[in-house]
Every structure is written in structure tokens, then in C-alpha cells.
Design a protein. Sequence first.
Length: 244
Amino acid sequence: MADWFQRLFRRKKTQDPFCTAVVPAAGCAARMEGVDKITYPLRDVPILLHTLSALDACPRIHEIVVVTRADLIVPIGQLCREACLSKVARIVVGGASRTESVLAGIRAASEEAALIAIHDGARPLVSQAVLDEVIYAGERCGAAAPAVPVKDTIKQAENGIVTATPDRAQLFAVQTPQVFEASLIRGALVKALEDGVTLTDDCAAVERLGMKVTLTAGAPINLKITTPEDLAVAEALLYWRDRT
């Protein structure tokens, strides 16, 4: 009997913390030349559905909250039902900025959520390996994000004139999902809104508080679809991934 209790205790102790994936998909896609990148088909499947399917398949993710525009609430709900995505718990309306939208998603998360994984709706090719590693690091360190080394030499410039050439070895392109302890990211985003700070990613919110963010291995295939050219690249990468 004692052995049974010890096994039960170990199983509970090693159980993954409850993780909610918040998926901001409320942008206006201003750089997509009239294409709605969330519903645009990639190999005959909407981009957002590729994204949600990857998150739904991840054992470390327990629920998904989608944040989108009011006009997409019903279509996205129908997509999720037809695809039998069991972890999509809520679809909520976003705000005027990314920060407001992410906060709306966090506030809609389950009270059980110990971790929040924030993943771009237009980043459809995220792998299970990337998800697993960054969620584990988020649990261990409190704040983590996948990243890839920058390939090109980067120049700082002012009025078209180069002012500096940073050391490329110290530069990384940060991806999503970015994973945080739930109360940390909630408080950091509220503070950013109160201070009127514009953020382009969520790590910056906790960095403002002096918190360290751990980088994990990202993947070149985990691109964010931002411009029409990215659609062609994503199509090619999807074909390449399915062939390898």
C-alpha cells in the first residue's frame, strides 16, 4: 500500500502545469494587400487552422483561447468544430492593440492556468519540438521564447546612414509561442498598458520589469506570415516539411 501511495505522489508531482495557449488573431493584416491572412488557405486549409491544430496536438497545452475580430467569431468557431479541435475553449474579441488583445485572452483563460503560451495566429508551421522545449523552459524559468540566430549582418542607421554594426553572434530573431508564468505576464501587460507603452512582442513586457527571458531553440520554418511573399514561402515550407 505504501508503494502505491508513493507512485501516486510521484505521478502528481511530475504532472505538467496547466497551460493555456492564447492565440492573438485579431489584426487587420495591413501589409497583406487585402488578403485576410487568418482565413487564407494554405494547402487548402486556413492558416489559423494550421496554427490551432499544432497547438491542439501538443500534450503540454491544456486549453486554447483564440482572440480575434468580432466578424470572425462565428467563422472561427465553425472551423474549430469541423476540425474537432478539443482544446479550443473560448473565442473572444480582441482590443485595439496587440497588448489589449493578449490581455483579453489571458483574462478568458481558465483559473487553473499556471502558464500562458502566447502564439501568433499567423505562425502556422510551429513544430511539436519547439512547443515542448519552450513550454518546459517557461515552467522552469518563468519566461521563455524560441529564437533563431540572425543570418544576415544587421546595420543600425539614421536617415539612411549606418551608425553601427551589432555583433551578429549576439543577435536572435524571436518567435512564438512565448511562455510565461500566468500572473507575471498578466501583471506585465497591465503595467505596459498603464504606461502607454507600445509592444511588438510579449517578452518586452516582462523585460520592462527587469525579468530575464530564457531563449530556446526556434526553427526557421516557424515563420510568421506578414506579407504576401510569406504565403509563397509558407507553401514551399509546408510542402518541404511533409516530404521530409
